[in-house]
Design a protein around this ligand. Structure first.
Ligand SMILES: O=C(O)C(=O)C[C@]1(C(=O)O)C=C[C@@H](O)C=C1
Length: 329
């Protein structure tokens, strides 16, 4: 689509196919009339599109409130092969995530002896009960497809009603729905969004199967370099850096973190991933309140200058307004 002026619309790459949660988070930030939304097959595909300039912006999942960090995104931000040197984080978006079990209802031939919802799998006494139950017989199911993050968010339901069933990891929940739609045996199910049930015309076998009703995922908005608008942005701000410390230097990590305390910068998350250079050496990701772009008192710059003295390598990955902006780009 182009504007009246024939200027192409800015493009946004997101983890697809359509109806993924990343797609829904993207729609929260970017009006599809004003941006050209481009589904990518993988999170790597989003990074590649932004770095190569095929897309102006990208949206990727970053962390879930009940299942933690999205490891592929951290690994791409770690940028071990220096492939994504221009990518910065310029925003974030939060989405409430409620998972549905989608598939094909059992036919009488597949499951003649059963009616109604599936009996819970007998298991050791457990106080933690699923908050929902199947809407229909699901005994015919032989395998479930979804994104690994979604499996991790639905363990209670799966442990109760689908214990031991084969689990197949796929690149996104909407990809799972697409696969199940194409499976003519009718014995596969996907964990995906209610939107995916509509897009792929799948039966809803169970609703809201996530472990916690307050289940939310945070997504990062990526771009290349610094957005000029960010120089005029208003807070509250967040920033993300990555660094490595000398492997055999006692207290090196504590020294690096101490810099934030000295400049009264509140840390909001810490993650780590292996460097894959030396066993058990890690790349640390630290998120904190404050912006390197809007830093009138110079505290963020001063803190990062000190962090660099205590670390082996250090990269600023972005500063952004920690709220839902109307537009980026
Ligand atoms: O698979 C999707 O639909 C996604 O957008 C990915 C993703 C994730 O990686 O966290 C996003 C939200 C949910 O937490 C589950 C999966």
């Amino acid at each position: 689509m182009v504007l009246e002026s024939d200027k192409p619309l800015p493009s946004v790459s997101f983890l697809g196919p359509v109806s993924s949660y990343t797609h829904q988070a993207t729609l929260q930030c970017f009006d599809s009339d004003l941006y050209n939304l481009q589904p990518a097959d993988t999170i790597t595909g989003v990074f590649e599109a932004v770095q190569s300039g095929t897309a102006d912006l990208g949206v990727v999942p970053f962390e879930n409130s009940s299942n933690g960090a999205v490891i592929p995104t951290l690994d791409l931000l770690a940028d071990r092969q220096s492939q994504y040197g221009d990518i910065t984080v310029c925003g974030n978006s939060y989405l409430g995530v409620s998972h549905y079990l989608l598939g094909h209802k059992a036919t009488s031939i597949e499951s003649p002896a059963l009616s109604g919802a599936t009996t819970p799998t007998p298991q050791a006494p457990n106080d933690i009960r699923p908050s929902s139950e199947p809407l229909t017989n699901i005994k015919h199911l032989q395998r479930i497809y979804t994104h690994p993050q979604a499996f991790g968010q639905c363990e209670i339901f799966l442990g109760e009603y689908l214990k031991g069933i084969e689990r197949i990891d796929v690149s996104s929940t909407s990809k799972a729905a697409e696969i199940v739609k194409a499976d003519t045996t009718g014995t596969s199910a996907a964990i995906a969004s209610s939107l995916a049930s509509e897009i792929y015309s799948l039966d809803v076998l169970a609703k809201s199967i996530e472990d916690r009703p307050d289940n939310r995922t945070r997504f990062l908005v990526l771009r290349k370099g610094i957005d000029e608008k960010a120089r005029r942005a208003t807070g509250p701000f967040k920033s993300l850096i990555s660094f490595t410390v000398h492997h055999h230097s006692p207290g090196a990590l504590a020294d690096a973190l101490g810099c934030f305390r000295r400049y009264h910068l509140n840390l909001t998350s810490i993650n780590s991933r292996p460097t894959k250079l030396i066993p058990f050496q890690y790349i640390f990701f630290v998120e904190f309140e404050g912006s390197l772009i809007r830093d009138p008192a110079g505290d963020v710059q001063a803190a990062l200058d000190e962090v660099k003295k205590h670390t082996q390598s250090c990269r600023w990955l972005g500063s952004w307004t920690d709220q839902l902006p109307q537009t980026y780009g």
